[in-house]
Structure formats: structure tokens, C-alpha cells
Design a binder for this molecule. Structure first.
Ligand code: PEP
Ligand code: CO
Length: 451
């Protein structure tokens, strides 16, 4: 029997990856302040997302989870949020049309500020500095002072999340997500890059579908299903004190929800069965995710499913594999089989980013577009072989025209990475590479006979 859970029961477990705050009193004050603030999301919204994810688990929908590796306090603007949303919407239209199922859209946004790190220190020049852990903890500048953890940043992260969420809600309900408009942007992409022209066929089909609807009398500009959409928020639930401060009891059901985002996930570094992270997330009512690297065994994954979803609620648990392009097929198949045989109703999503990070000649962290698509292809093949549904993708992207990942629509070269390398953490796909990826996923699922 599992012990009783409460929003603070995780304190009795070991929490990895927590910063060293210089002053406990300052931390307590910041967390108390956040605990007194309004929730960022409403429990009913988390339940709606879970219902949509249940459709993904059943093979009737597809999950697109995407956004920054780490949101930045400095790159915080309406344009930045809008462009990220725009790419997510464009990808979603391509996927919805090509797969013929609804696409559940979840941003890594409005709270994705804390990063787990492999090393506590890094060497910059001839100095050793504490690593940058995300703007909700410390600064990214390479100085000793910037790298000191500051609890004021937790409050700033809350405020930036609130403003971001507010704009997302406005954009998605106010006409920005209009299907015709989103498709027009995609046509620009198709027309303006040699790679994009490969996708002319799908783009033309979408255009024809829209024309057909209009001809049938559907007012595509005012029909709210074509004009509005739902984009949910998510982040890695890394800083458990912050998550606890935003965990509230739902007045309708009496259940506890982590109201910092609709969906929370556990990272690959903090997912051990006895971890504070598993303890915390097992008790909240939100849909949750867990990253799985190549070391995850079938026994571990089954035990994880039991801990995180003992009631076997469809849509409650998303398993996000991030194996690396050359390991994914072999590493994933035993997991898919074991979970399938156990009857656990999970969503399987592919993170093709975190197992494919390399270092460029100039010393930049990068990811090659072909490795990213190779991981997705291996993920799809594994599902095809096991008779399970490749339920979604989880990617790091930005709407900006950055040069952080090589290859893709504009064939970015290693030597071009310095041109616009702007990420504060991992390399992200730029807008055009992201759309290219959506078309690739669509083609792959179609050619495998899964869509
Ligand atoms: C991430 O998603 O940003 C991340 C750190 O991933 P992982 O836990 O899979 O390494
Ligand atoms: Co990352």
C-alpha cells in the first residue's frame, strides 16, 4: 500500500537537481508569496486535457508537445510568444490534415524555466562556475555573481508564466488560430524553400479541403471550431517547492492539482522510483509525463506506471522516450510490449531531441535534423512492429529564425551555427525546420500505413 500523499509528502524523499539557495529564509518567503497567489490554470482545464490525451492513448488523436528548451526572462515579448504559437499551430494543421485525427497541442511554455543539469559546474575560459540552471534559478551570464541562485526569480517566473498564459489564451480564442490564416503561412513556407516544395502536394490538399468546406457553406472564418483552438501549457516539474506552492485543492472534486501548468513531466534525471519527483507527481490530478532514456528497463517502466497511474486512467500518463536515433528501435520495443501486455493505457510520445545532442566543430551544442527525423522514424517503426500507436512528438523549437540545429529546410551547416545561436540552453529547431518536421512526421505515418 502506498503511503498517504500530500502536497508536501515529497519532503521525506530525496530530491535530485534542486538548487543550492543561499538563504533558506529568502526561499521560504518567495514560496509563501507564490502560495498566496492565484493558480495559473484551473483544474477543469487539466481534466479536459486528460480527456483529450485519453483519445491519444486510444489511437484516436495525436499529441504535439513543443516549445523552448528553457524559456528566457530576457527574450520575453509578445512577438516571441506569438511566433512560437504560430509554429505550433502550423505544425498542428499539417498533422491534423495528414493524420486525419485531432492534434492535442501542449506548449513547453508559460513555466518551462528550470533545467536539470548533468554537471554542477562548468569551465568558462580558465574559470570554474556553477552551471546555469534556468532563469527561475540563476542567470546565464558567465560570472560568479550571475550564477548564484536567487528566490526572487521564482516569483518572476510565476509572473512571466501568468502573462504568457494570458496572451496564449487571447491569441487562441481571438482569431489568431484561424485555420485559413494558419494555412496561408504554411503556403509561404512551401513556396519559399526547395525542401518545402516537396510538401506541395499536402499543402494543396489542405487548400482544397478548405475550399470544399467553404463551397459546402461552412463559414470558415466565423465557425468557432475553425477559428479558435486549445493550446495547453506544460513544463518539467523540477523545482518541487515551486510546484508545491501552486498545488491547490479543486473545489469541485476535492482533488489536488498542480496549478502551475496543465501538464507536468518528470525528467530523465529525476525519475527514479523512490525520487521526490515521482512522489510529488503521483498525487496530483493533472495529466503527467515521464521521460525515458535508453537505460529504462521494462520492469522499471511497469513499476513507474503502477506508481503514477495505479487507477489506470487513460490520458493520465504520457511516456516520452528520448533514446537517440540509433538506439530507439531496439530500446523501445521491449517497453512498448511490456506496457501493452500490462494493459496500462499510456500515451507514447517521441522526444527526438535529447538523445541526439552533439557538439559542433566550433564547440556549439547542436542537433542534426536527420538524426531528429531518424529517431522519429525508429519510433514509428517500433510502434508499427508492436501494434501500438505512436501517439505524439515532443520537440524543442522556437518561431525565430535561429541557427541552432543543423540541416532541415534551409540546410543549415555546422559553419552557420554562430550566425544566430540564441538559445539559453539546448539547440532548438527554428520555425522552418519545425514545419519541415511536421511534414516529415505526416509522411512517415502515412507511408507506414498508420495514418
Ligand atoms: C528537457 O526536456 O529539456 C530535458 C532536460 O529532457 P530530459 O529530461 O529527457 O533530458
Ligand atoms: Co532541452
Amino acid at each position: 500500500m502506498a503511503k498517504a500523499w500530500s502536497p508536501s509528502s515529497w519532503h521525506a524523499f530525496h530530491a535530485e537537481q534542486q538548487p543550492q539557495w543561499p538563504d533558506q529564509g529568502d526561499l521560504d518567503r518567495a514560496l509563501k508569496q507564490i502560495a498566496s497567489y492565484p493558480p495559473l490554470v484551473f483544474a477543469g482545464e487539466a481534466r479536459s486535457l486528460q480527456a483529450s490525451l485519453a483519445q491519444v492513448a486510444a489511437g484516436n488523436a495525436f499529441l504535439l508537445q513543443a516549445g523552448d528548451c528553457a524559456e528566457s526572462f530576457e527574450e520575453f515579448s509578445a512577438v516571441n510568444i506569438r511566433e512560437k504559437l504560430r509554429v505550433i499551430l502550423q505544425m498542428s494543421v499539417v498533422l491534423t490534415y495528414s493524420l486525419g485525427v485531432p492534434v492535442v497541442k501542449v506548449g513547453r511554455i508559460a513555466g518551462q524555466f528550470a533545467k536539470p543539469r548533468s554537471q554542477p559546474v562548468e569551465t568558462v575560459g580558465d574559470r570554474e562556475l556553477p552551471t546555469f540552471r534556468g532563469h527561475m534559478i540563476n542567470g546565464d551570464a558567465p560570472t560568479e555573481a550571475a550564477r548564484v541562485a536567487s528566490p526572487d526569480r521564482l516569483v518572476q517566473a510565476y509572473n512571466q508564466s501568468a502573462a504568457t498564459l494570458n496572451l496564449l489564451r487571447a491569441f487562441t480564442k481571438g482569431g489568431f488560430a484561424d485555420l485559413g490564416r494558419v494555412h496561408a503561412w504554411t503556403q509561404e513556407f512551401v513556396a519559399s524553400s526547395p525542401e518545402g516544395q516537396r510538401y506541395q502536394q499536402i499543402a494543396r490538399e489542405i487548400e482544397n479541403a478548405l475550399r470544399f468546406m467553404r463551397a459546402c457553406g461552412v463559414d470558415t472564418e466565423h465557425n468557432h471550431q475553425l477559428h479558435e483552438t486549445d493550446v495547453y501549457t506544460s513544463h518539467e516539474a523540477l523545482l518541487l517547492g515551486y510546484e508545491e506552492a501552486l498545488t491547490r485543492q479543486d473545489s469541485l472534486t476535492g482533488g489536488w492539482y498542480d496549478c502551475s501548468a496543465h501538464m507536468l513531466w518528470i525528467g530523465d534525471r529525476t525519475r527514479s522510483l523512490e525520487s521526490a519527483h515521482v512522489e510529488f507527481l503521483r498525487g496530483v490530478g493533472n495529466p503527467i509525463g515521464c521521460k525515458l532514456g535508453p537505460e529504462a528497463s521494462p520492469e522499471f517502466v511497469l513499476e513507474l506506471c503502477e506508481r503514477l497511474n495505479p487507477a489506470r486512467l487513460p490520458g493520465r500518463l504520457t511516456l516520452i522516450s528520448r533514446m537517440g536515433s540509433n538506439r530507439v528501435e531496439d530500446a523501445l520495443r521491449p517497453l512498448l510490449r511490456a506496457v501493452h501486455e500490462s494493459g496500462h493505457p499510456v500515451v507514447w510520445a517521441c522526444d527526438p531531441m535529447h538523445g541526439n545532442t552533439t557538439v559542433s566543430v566550433s564547440g556549439r551544442k547542436t542537433r542534426d535534423f536527420n538524426a531528429i527525423t531518424d529517431e522519429i522514424d525508429g519510433f514509428v517503426r517500433a510502434h508499427k512492429a508492436e501494434g501500438t500507436w505512436p501517439g505524439g512528438i515532443h520537440v524543442e523549437l522556437t518561431g525565430d529564425n535561429v541557427t541552432e540545429c543543423t540541416g532541415g529546410a534551409d540546410k543549415i551547416l555546422d559553419s552557420q551555427l554562430d550566425d544566430r545561436y540564441q538559445t539559453v540552453c539546448d539547440p532548438r529547431l527554428n520555425g522552418r525546420q519545425s514545419l519541415d518536421l511536421a511534414f516529415h512526421v505526416a509522411e512517415k505515418l502515412r507511408s507506414t500505413g498508420l495514418a
